[in-house]
Design a protein around this ligand. Structure first.
Ligand code: IPD
Ligand code: CA
Ligand code: CA
Ligand code: CA
Length: 269
């Protein structure tokens, strides 16, 4: 994608993200219709659906050749990364949206022929927009985020971890997460994968580990983290497949290999 196209798309996507955020803020105290999806904890509200519809309608009108991959079903059935694809989570952190009315984000990643070109993660209630264009750095609102500092040890690291890492679970069998929790400086669990990616880019988390995430949870975050020199892989250190569910590890490069070798893959066969 050439720079002018990327700039134009960024400008448009940012405008829609900000408009969508304003819609949510204006209706934040309206009654919610809460449905469940795969299980009783997998929530969706009329707002998740309305915001996704807001984006899909506008994208289809303005860019009829672009495809949309999104959580709540208004997008396309995307089977290849060819062309320009908007990967959208209308509300990342729906449980926070329902329970707390804060700590959720709109996440929009734009990929062209498989390459992440644009990432936008909007913390709606705090009115903080994390954004990046490939090769042009990442921003927190209008302030450019510095590259991650060169040196970091696990002892000084703070990691975003969901507590399922510490429950009995087939997926965490063989990992040594309790030992890791003792080793590092601290853990946090924010309940929005997109925001946790953004915090890694900002350097207020040194890494975020997730057992299973969908494309819309990670698409924007990968672009933003990449622009400050962070790395995003699955928990085996292998590349993330943007069209599939993945285990995810996004972090400062200085701790990536040690985390995998000494704590995550340690007991795996
Ligand atoms: C969820 C959040 C949560 C993560 C879940 C995701 P949603 O997204 O990012 O932090 O642990 O795996 O599904 O459903 O609120 O968009
Ligand atoms: Ca969801
Ligand atoms: Ca999500
Ligand atoms: Ca969502």
């Amino acid at each position: 994608m050439d720079e002018d196209t990327r700039d134009e798309l960024f400008h448009q996507a940012k405008k829609w993200v900000e408009e969508a955020g304003e819609i949510i803020r204006n209706k934040i105290n309206d009654p919610l219709t809460i449905d469940t999806k795969s299980d009783a904890k997998d929530l969706v509200t009329q707002m998740d659906k309305a915001i996704e519809y807001f984006f899909v309608q506008r994208i289809k009108q303005e860019y009829p050749n672009h495809l949309v991959l999104s959580e709540e079903g208004y997008g396309d059935d995307v089977t290849s990364m060819d062309g320009t694809i908007w990967i959208i989570d209308p509300i990342d952190g729906t449980m926070n949206f329902v329970q707390q009315k804060r700590n959720f984000a709109i996440s929009v990643g734009i990929y062209h022929d498989g390459v992440g070109e644009i990432g936008l993660i909007y913390n709606v209630i705090d009115d903080v927009l994390y954004s990046a264009k490939r090769t042009q750095g990442a921003f927190r609102n209008d302030v450019k985020l510095p590259k991650l500092k060169e040196r970091l040890t696990l002892e000084k690291s703070m990691l975003g971890l969901n507590h399922y890492w510490l429950c009995d679970n087939r997926l965490v069998e063989g990992t040594e997460m309790q030992r890791l929790v003792r080793k590092i400086r601290g853990t946090r669990s924010y309940g929005s994968a997109a925001l946790e990616f953004a915090f890694v880019a900002e350097g207020i988390l040194d890494g975020y580990l997730a057992i299973s995430l969908s494309p819309w949870d990670i698409a924007a975050g990968m672009v933003i983290v990449n622009e400050v020199g962070g790395v995003s892989t699955n928990i085996e250190g292998k590349p993330l497949h943007i069209l599939e569910k993945n285990s995810v590890m996004t972090c400062h490069p200085a701790i990536h290999d040690q985390l995998i070798q000494e704590y995550i893959q340690v007991g795996k066969k």
